[in-house]
Design a protein around this ligand. Structure first.
Ligand code: GLV
Ligand code: MN
Ligand code: MN
Length: 420
């Protein structure tokens, strides 16, 4: 279907995506890290766009930026549409942003058509793993899953997450005020970040499930010594234990994935070495493991194996494993069948090609499913590439997906159960 036939303004939607992309660290496009000055600049732009669309704008105590359009019947509660405006370092222009621009465009396209339900567009705080080691900070807060130990997480510069939350307009001492009971449905559009839709020339994917994500931080401590004079047998090299652990993560993950049919992947994406000099034996290494699966039992077996093997490698390298902590542990979730059906019908009404798809990426929708029916729709992205500057989704692809969300919102406004 050509975007001129869609019930929304594809150019207006596209120009929002492109405008937010401009708010980036120019040296490392596209970077807008949560809690940074650029992030706040992006949010100021977004808040203005929300207000221009007629939304009442606020930041909740969990630091989520929310734009609200009241409905005709306050007893019905609301339908929320959201995603995130933060990026990974040197990420893309569409991850998160496409979903926010969709929310805005849905609201603008409803102009003059007052729904029974209120609509909220939500920019969740820090969906990507932040410098504090935690992802989905805002959606965790909205569902009551942001606990005191998480608020004590500290970034390398020494700032605690609770202070950063205050700095961006939240209130860590009043998080319960962000817990919602009035959201009757949550919808999120996202780029697929995979190649299924593109390779099958399909317009949209209706997400069936979202992987569980388990993150572990391990620290090995040995001793800094002269790299030229310390005999091999007398070294306490923290990097040797860390490197063997990285290789073990790969090996264990490959074994679990090979068992099938469940999805299992694991990555070490952070590895720091101190003091980090070519002629000093490494004294301290920190690594962060990100493990994902559709099956929590596989994740448990992975964690047990990593605990065992990393202890063995620490002993063999004559270093201490001084810390092994779970940074976060979110189980896999299934998307709501009623909302999925509304999205599928929306796609069919628009004559679009759709399929069911599981998500290997994490999303705020996974946390939202703890408090309300939640579902997602994916749109194709070029070569499945994401979390990289090459990330790309066509203007038409986003517009089609947004039109499906718009159709689903109209359907749900009529069909959601009316009793509180
Ligand atoms: C979010 O992008 C994630 O899947 O880590
Ligand atoms: Mn992402
Ligand atoms: Mn995302």
């Amino acid at each position: 279907m050509a975007s001129t036939n869609l019930p929304l303004d594809a150019d207006r939607l596209w120009s929002d995506v492109m405008a937010l992309a401009e708010i980036t660290d120019p040296e490392h496009p596209y970077t807008r890290r949560s809690f940074s000055p650029l992030f706040l600049q992006g949010r100021a732009w977004l808040a203005k766009r929300f207000a221009d669309a007629g939304l009442a704008v606020r930041i909740d105590t969990a630091g989520n930026l929310i734009g609200r359009l009241d409905g005709a019947d306050p007893s019905l509660g609301l339908i929320a549409i959201g995603s995130h405006s933060d990026t990974v370092p040197s990420g893309g222009r569409f991850d998160g942003i496409a979903g926010l621009a969709t929310g805005l465009e849905v609201v603008r396209s409803l102009a003059g058509m007052r729904l029974g339900h209120a609509i909220e567009v939500i920019d969740f705080l820090a969906e990507e793993p932040s410098e504090y080691g935690l992802s989905c900070v805002g959606s965790r807060g909205m569902v009551g899953a942001l606990d005191a130990s998480m608020l004590d997480l500290t970034e390398p510069g020494g700032e605690k997450l609770r202070d950063a939350l205050r700095r961006v307009g939240g209130d860590p001492d009043r998080l319960e005020a962000s817990r919602r009971q009035d959201i009757k449905a949550f919808l999120e559009l996202h780029i697929e970040q995979g190649i299924v839709l593109e390779s099958r020339s399909l317009d949209v994917g209706v997400v069936t499930s979202i992987v569980g994500i388990h993150r572990i931080e391990i620290v090995f401590e040995g001793a800094a010594d002269h790299a030229g004079t310390t005999p091999m047998a007398l070294r306490h090299d923290a990097l040797v234990a860390a490197a063997n652990t990285v290789a073990a993560v790969r090996r264990i993950a490959e074994q679990l994935a090979a068992e099938g049919p469940d999805h299992f992947v694991a990555t070490v994406g952070i590895l720091s070495v101190e003091p980090g000099a070519s002629n000093v034996v490494p004294a301290r290494c920190r690594l962060v493991i990100d493990a994902r699966s559709t099956n929590s039992a596989l994740t448990r077996r992975f964690v047990e194996a990593v605990e065992r093997d990393s202890a063995t490698y620490a002993a063999a390298a004559h270093v201490e494993r001084t810390s092994l902590v779970t940074l976060s542990d979110a189980p896999p979730i299934a998307c709501d069948p009623v909302l999925r059906e509304a999205l599928r019908r929306g796609a069919q009404e628009l004559g679009l090609g759709e399929t069911d798809l599981a998500s290997g990426a994490g999303h705020d929708a996974a946390f939202m499913s703890r408090i309300c029916p939640s579902a997602m729709i994916f749109v194709p992205c070029r070569n499945g590439k994401s979390h990289a500057p090459e990330e790309w989704a066509d203007r038409e692809a986003i517009a089609r997906g947004a039109a499906v969300v718009l159709q689903a919102v109209k359907t749900l406004d009529r069909s959601l159960p009316r009793k509180q």
